[in-house]
Ligand binder design. Sequence first.
Ligand code: CP3
Length: 354
Amino acid sequence: MSLEKNPSPKPSTPLFLRAAWGEDTERAPLWLMRQAGRYLPEYLAIKAKASFWEMVRTPELAAEVSLQPLRRFPLDAAIIFSDIMTPLPAMGVEIAFSPGPVVADPIRSQTQVEALRVPSSEELAPFLAEALRLTRRELEPQGVPLIGFGGAPLTLATYLIQGAGSKEYEDFRAFLRLEPAATHALLAKLTEVSIRYLRMQVEAGAQAIQLFDSWAGLHDPATYREFALPYNSAILRALEGLGVPRIYLAVGASHLYPVIAELPCEAVSVDWRLGLERIRPQLPGKTLQGNLDPSVLLASREVITREAHKVLRAGLGGAHIFNLGHGVIRTTPPDHVAHLAEVVHSFSRLQEPK
Ligand code: CP3
């Protein structure tokens, strides 16, 4: 039998991992999506000299950028610096960043899907394995766990078919209706690649895995059930028994929680559109990760304190990892992140909920 839950996390297990495995911890662990990135001057200094792909493909740079936010803030986890698009060039897809992903030749036919390669895990992203090893080595003395990640097939397909970021992704949504067989063939290939890519990250030292399904919320529950649930389940199941908790993220997806509840994962990362107290009954047995609105970090310290306390109180009564509902916004002042860290660290979850 493979392990659904980590049977007995040791007392020395880092807070983030205990909460991810489902423990109602004495304090909420904290990390932030996009904690490394353009709101940090030290990131911009590196970015001035190297392109985004160079940063991702040079293990020393990727490790350095992953560690930057940990030097500033007392975060309870690090996430490896990479992108959800990282495994795709090895499949034969040319991708540029401007600043979001732009696909040179968007996939719009069965022939293009058939031409995609399914590379071995060694070919997929050897630089990422090395970046994970380097980052782990640096984090080990501080006992800070390292998160690996990938994009969910439907979200990767959104970019591959649409070709770039978009508000409504109409071309992608039309393709899904016009060419369901080609879409399924693409999702199946992306699933196999994702399994190899994520297992490789665990072997290289990732201690938790987050599957980003950023655009899942575009779809109605029946469409999600057909084009997302089987593929996400296959990936998450393939990671079962590797000893790492599995976190699934969807954005703008409150209407999908009853389906998401069926995914074989320990934790679900949720956005701010619903309070955690409303979400918890819909995701029984799952750790909740989230869900401060990232725009709150642009407001005053008083507002940050008040809104963070709301999230912390709503997260009581079950396992909770404090995070934003989506990534850090580029114009976020770093000292606001420092303030948020103070607020989260000083909030005891042992107190009576008011
Ligand atoms: O700190 C971290 O969270 C780790 C790094 C990370 C990046 N991308 C770095 C990055 C992670 C976890 C991602 C995942 C990712 N990439 C997602 C899923 C999370 C989400 O936001 O929904 C998605 C959808 C992408 C695709 C992508 N890559 C976009 C939309 C963009 C550009 C716009 C933006 O939000 O910054 C990128 C480029 C990218 N990935 C940057 C960074 C730091 C910006 C590059 C730059 O410095 O110009």
